[in-house]
Design a binder for this molecule. Sequence first.
Ligand code: PNS
Length: 161
Amino acid sequence: MGRLAIYPGSFDPITNGHLDIVQRGLACFGRLRVGVATNPGKKALFTTEEKLELIRLSVGDDPRIEIDAFDGLLVDYAERVGAHAILRGLRAVADFEYEFQMAHMNHFLRPSVETVFLMTGPESFYVSSSLVKEVASHGKDVSALVPPPVAAALARKFGAP
Ligand code: PNS
């Protein structure tokens, strides 16, 4: 079965950068659980159900990957599902401060769960869900930056270019 890592995030929507981390994560952990945070305070383009469906379609059928949503604290979710680690992707230096704070806060809350960072590849270090949404909202083609089901879903939301 192997060790289990949670890969948490907003995934609004999943991008090629996230998929890159999923693949890199699978090289380090036996199992991955992609956890979509349902943060009622954060305005999202996609509903949680839509995000889950887009992740399912994008990662395909892999017995090592589970996908679900969680609310409340990430460390409590990690405890509930018996995860050994939290996996996060790092793009540029700009990600560091936020990630550093979160990792330390999570460690304070639950020292037994380690946060592990993997770096995204050079082809996706500038890709973020927010930029992808912004660019797509202006009618530009983002199909090189997101999985095909996400490109189609963005085109439906914003009207095809
Ligand atoms: O994709 P994002 O928006 O960078 O992901 C942030 C996420 C979902 C990992 C973070 O907001 C989170 O863990 N939310 C769950 C609530 C929680 O545990 N908050 C305390 C974090 S120290």
